[in-house]
Design a protein around this ligand. Structure first.
Ligand code: A2R
Length: 314
């Protein structure tokens, strides 16, 4: 049976299917010394977007043929190096589009309608002692900028339709869509009420949302990040939220997860989630199924369902 290294967790359903078709080694049970002795037998890795495959692990797997990544983002895997070594890498696009889009809309509405504040208002008894809570802002008819109009970005635009937004977007290339394209992110931020980040992580998007972009979004602006923490300059974000240069932030991702700076946790104008964009039972099951489908198809036929773009020609 092919030998597979599992980095990170897997559901029971995933484990059952994998254990029936391969010899599964769990990285959590081993260390680098074990890998140096046993790595040559391993042909496949199953990992997730957070753990990826660190360079030292890739180096210790000279016969690695395929990496199946659970998650659409794969910035923790050196894709160029994988291609150079002829290693196929797959991920789980599309099956999480709707869920991550729901998370983005949820964060945006929670900011606009002050869900945290009003929930605390009821729980503290303040409603009974102080009367009605202060008014909130309407999320209707806003100009919403999508940074990264890909699969999930489009799903977010679709899901926002009932709030009658004007959708605009910034990405590297102009798309064949009816929304207005901004070649410059700061220009787009200046035109927006809300900026929603949904690009991949990695070097090309590192701190794309910097102090200038946040200042352009402005005191009445709302930043939503459901992409990667690295896309936003977190220190600049904290400064902007503390000074009032930026109004609100709804964040699912952070620079050094699971660490979230106390300054962000203390701010009343933030809504924070623990990287839960796709974290429902149903969507995680679909992601797990596609992760194992890719693995088993590669083992059985040498083909895959959803290669990362860099590996499309392998
Ligand atoms: O490359 P383009 O022009 O198609 O734009 C892509 C955009 N993007 C960028 N935009 C501005 N500056 C960059 N340096 C840059 N790099 C990429 O992000 C495209 O519009 C979008 C990505 O779309 P998809 O590849 O379809 O990814 P998907 O499935 O929407 O997932 C996005 C990310 C994942 O990589 C995870 O990090 C996260 O959502 O869950």
């Amino acid at each position: 049976m092919p030998e597979v290294l599992l980095i990170g967790g897997a559901s029971d359903a995933m484990l059952t299917r994998m254990e029936a078709a391969c010899t599964l080694h769990q990285w959590a049970d081993h260390d680098m010394a074990w890998l140096q002795s046993n790595g040559a037998a391993i042909t496949h890795v199953v990992t997730n977007g957070g753990a990826g495959v660190q360079p030292a692990i890739m180096d210790a797997l000279p016969n690695l043929k395929m990496i199946s990544c659970y998650g659409v983002g794969y910035d923790s895997i050196d894709a160029a190096e994988a291609v150079r070594r002829g290693i196929m890498v797959t991920h789980t696009p599309d099956v999480l589009n709707a869920e991550v889009a729901t998370t983005a809309v949820l964060l945006m509405l929670a900011c606009y309608r002050e869900m945290r504040r009003d929930d605390a208002y009821v729980r503290s008894g303040a409603w009974e002692t102080h009367g009605a809570a202060p008014l909130t802002r309407s999320a209707e008819n806003q100009t919403i900028g999508i940074l990264g109009l890909g699969r999930i970005g489009q799903a977010i635009a679709d899901k926002l339709a009932p709030w009658n937004p004007t959708i605009v977007y910034h990405s590297r290339s102009k798309k064949d869509v009816a929304y207005t394209y901004y070649a410059d992110l700061t220009d787009m931020a200046a035109a927006c009420d809300v900026l929603i980040c949904i690009t991949p992580g990695g070097p090309s998007t590192n701190k794309l949302v910097n102090a200038d972009v946040l200042a352009a979004l402005g005191p009445d602006g709302t930043l939503i990040n459901v992409s990667r923490g690295s896309v936003v300059d977190e220190a600049a974000l904290i400064d902007a939220l503390q000074s009032g240069a930026l109004g609100w932030a709804g964040l699912d991702v952070f620079e050094h997860e699971p660490h979230v700076p106390k300054a962000l946790r203390d701010l009343p104008n933030t809504v924070l989630l623990p990287h839960a964009g796709s974290a429902t039972v149903e969507t995680r099951a679909a992601m797990g199924a596609l992760t194992v489908d890719n693995l088993l198809q590669h083992i059985e036929k040498g083909t895959v369902i959803s290669a990362i773009p860099e590996c499309a020609d392998l």
